[in-house]
Design a protein around this ligand. Structure first.
Ligand code: BDP
Length: 738
């Protein structure tokens, strides 16, 4: 008997040990090593055995042309990438002088290697690749199979190298990779709203990455990683400082700091730009006025430009916020935006610099009660100036006419300035979309605006084509307000890396599909495994609409907390300017809700091309998601769904919250496939997003019910707290508010 018990015990112990071992093994297999996110989408983790062997045979060495800084950067990236993917140190991947079997060969069009197969086809491809494009293909040199990365310029080689590595990371077989690509727009710029004291306006990822204090002599290696990440997407410009600029940024001390950053970014094809304050010479007491037509002012800027280009020969130019939100500008002297932009443009022209002049302007209404429509003001000021800007000026227009809201119709200026190159300004940092807490993938927002058909000239004319100069004959560009900071993971959250990624990819090719971009990013960031990619992409693709629904559904806008823009505050009605108050935008009362922008209201709708204006002037033909942007409608207005407007509004708020539930559930199912550190961080953020979505829903419904006086639709849950409770919440330390 004792023997039997002993045997049973022994068996049990063995069984337990086995279970424990199996458990350990599965945990080990399931849980990848923790990651802190620093590597972004350039993780280069070891490939599984079979593809690794294939790559090892297809990447026996790297052969590169002459040793320029950009070619060195390309070779270094290939070495780093291959070392990671192959899981061994790069000593076998030495730079080879002569291509050998399985080499990765970088070649400029002007000096293609001798013995290259299909050279005519290659030349034809390169002829279409332009100054920044590339060709990647498997071919032969003197009979030996090689991978060829070819381009007309060094930067094309760097971009081609990154594109090849991206395919490999996504699991493509090396023999099958054939790429030919080039950017659609010449200017692909990140705008940093970084202050000289390292705070970041609307930044949610820590301090500025630019350590202005330590520069120029102490240069953080992180600047190189910043450059690599941007170059991997094709971003080729960085405005280093906030549009609310300080005069000091043009002082010799700061120009030296800027030059040090430019030196790091240059090999990666990234030019630096600065935001400049209109009144700089006046504030530095070097002129008596800042009137753009005063010759002394123009001479000052010309001298300043000469000084800048002496230290930064490839300096990109200036970004200017003038006569906007209290910033000085040419209108202070009775001049217009073109007078101002052209004066600066003349100073930069000899150096081939450009001016990006922002159209984000709105003036205080004469009287709070008779406020004009803020959405109409940029058009009113800029449209009459079409064709009056110097050749090296681009007018930079925000994606919508208000201010980076969860949803806006495309800005009417995109269809109204046929003689001016325009730049798109997107906001990658999520000032109005839940900061770095909420998971909101902006790809669908970018896509929606870029595909918006302006119908300019009575033809199909999507915004993307306008930027490409289809209408103007002069090409524009695209800018994104960066979400980058000194946080270890750069953007404050893993999923906000996707917004930097998507911005860069759309800047390169405005016709991309946001889902395809999400698939790339998910594969690169987690693993190219459909069990990971499919659910991650699903979460991403529903996330933006979820935020619209729990914040500002059906075309509502600008209802965020005062100043910091955190959380709901639709009740605010006491700010100094009418158009700072949420009540100005939603106009909710007993009679209904929404901003009448048709002929019976502000008539801002008339700023769109006739085809578009006609459609948006009628609630029946206005897309429901923009309804209250253009129309003030009674609460019992019948929606296409058959519900009343009031019921529909509540349903959207509920749907937004339910979508966050669904995202949370999807993430939970991803637990076995994501490293514990990133998993836990995302899970916490989703939980917080869920709380804040509920808060948005409850506070807005409490408030709108108070305005409408209507009972809640059948089955709708009453808000958790009273309206007074929500109104009393205060957030004096919310981040990002300058
Ligand atoms: C708004 C921001 C503000 C910026 C301004 C701008 O709230 O911090 O300075 O836009 O774009 O979105 O100039």
């Amino acid at each position: 008997m004792r023997y039997l018990i002993r045997r049973a015990r022994a068996r049990l112990t063995a069984a337990l040990a086995l279970t424990a071992l199996l458990g350990l093994l599965t945990t080990h297999l399931a849980h990848a090593a923790d990651e802190d996110g620093y590597d972004l989408w350039l993780r280069y983790r070891p490939l599984p055995a079979a593809p690794r062997a294939a790559l090892a045979a297809a990447a026996t060495g790297i052969a590169a042309p002459s040793d320029t800084p950009t070619v060195r950067a390309a070779v270094a990236e290939l070495q780093r990438g291959l070392a990671g993917l192959l899981g061994r140190t790069p000593d076998t991947i030495a730079v080879a002088a002569r291509p050998r079997t399985g080499a990765v060969v970088l070649a400029r069009a002007a000096r293609l290697p001798t013995g290259l197969a299909d050279v005519d086809a290659l030349r034809a491809a390169l002829a279409t690749a332009g100054a920044e494009g590339y060709v990647v293909r498997r071919t032969r040199i003197n009979g030996a199979p090689v991978t060829l990365v070819a381009a007309n310029t060094d930067i094309g080689l760097l971009y081609g190298g990154f594109a090849w590595l991206r395919q490999l990371q996504l699991g493509a077989a090396p023999e099958g990779i054939a790429l030919l690509d080039k950017p659609a727009l010449p200017l692909r710029v990140l705008d940093h709203w970084d202050n000289l004291d390292r705070t970041v306006e609307r930044g949610y990822a820590g301090e500025s990455i630019w350590n202005w204090w330590e520069l120029p002599h102490i240069v953080d290696p992180r600047y190189t990683d910043y450059a690599r990440a941007n170059a991997s997407l094709g971003i080729n410009g960085a405005v280093l400082n906030n549009v609310n600029a300080k005069a000091e940024v043009l002082s010799p001390a700061f120009l030296a700091k800027t030059a040090a950053i430019a030196d790091v970014l240059r090999p990666y094809g990234i030019r630096v730009y600065l935001s400049v304050r209109w009144s700089t010479p006046l504030e530095l007491k070097e002129t008596k006025t800042a009137d753009p037509l005063d010759p002394a002012v123009a001479a000052w800027w010309a001298r300043k430009a000469d000084e800048i280009y002496r230290t930064i020969p490839d300096f990109g130019g200036f970004l200017v916020k003038a006569n906007s939100e209290g910033q000085p500008g040419p209108q202070d002297y009775g001049r217009n935006h073109a007078d101002g932009a052209n004066m600066l443009a003349r100073a930069l022209a000899p150096h081939r610099g450009i001016v990006m002049w922002r159209a984000f302007v709105y003036s205080p209404p004469a009287h709070p009660a008779q406020a004009s429509d803020r959405a109409a003001q940029a058009y009113d000021q800029f449209q009459p100036l079409d064709g009056k800007f110097a050749d090296n000026v681009l007018v930079q227009v925000k994606n919508g006419a208000i201010d980076f809201q969860p949803r806006e119709p495309a800005h009417p200026l995109f269809g109204a300035m046929p003689h001016t190159p325009l730049m798109m300004e997107f906001q990658v940092t999520k000032e109005y979309l839940g900061f770095a807490t909420h998971l909101v993938y902006l790809g669908p927002l970018f896509q929606e605006t870029l595909r918006f058909d302006t119908r300019a000239g009575g033809q199909p004319m999507p915004v993307a084509r306008v930027l490409e100069g289809a209408q103007q004959g002069r090409v524009g560009g695209i800018a994104g307000v960066a979400n980058i900071g000194a946080s270890r993971n750069w953007t404050g959250s893993t999923f906000d890396q996707a917004n930097w990624y998507a911005f860069g990819r759309f800047a390169w090719n405005p016709d991309l599909d946001s889902r395809a971009v999400a698939r790339e990013w998910a594969g690169l960031t987690f693993a190219p495994d459909p069990r990971v990619v499919d659910p991650v992409v699903d979460m991403m693709m529903r996330s933006r609409e979820a935020a619209v629904d729990y914040m500002t559904p059906l075309g509502l806008h600008h209802m965020m907390g005062t100043g910091h823009h955190y959380g709901p505050a639709p009740w605010v009605d006491d700010l100094g300017r009418a158009d700072w108050n949420p009540v100005y935008y939603h106009r909710a009362g007993k009679d209904g809700i929404g901003f009448d922008r048709t002929a019976t209201g502000s008539n801002a709708v008339a700023q769109y091309a006739p085809d578009v204006a006609r459609r948006l002037a009628d609630p029946a033909t206005t897309p429901p998601e923009l309804l209250l942007w253009f129309h003030h409608l009674p609460w019992d207005y019948r929606m296409p769904s058959g519900r009343t407007l009031w019921d529909e509004l509540v349903a959207h708020y509920d749907h937004g919250v339910a979508e966050v539930d669904a995202m949370q559930a999807e993430w939970q199912r991803l637990r076995p496939y994501v490293d514990a550190r990133r998993y836990a961080d995302v899970a916490q953020r989703l939980a917080q997003q869920r709380r804040e979505a509920q808060w948005w829903r409850d506070a807005c419904i409490a408030y709108f019910q108070h305005r409408s006086g209507l009972p809640l639709p059948a089955g709708a849950r009453p808000p958790a707290q009273s309206l007074e409770y929500y109104r009393a919440l205060a957030f004096p330390f919310a981040p990002g508010h300058g």
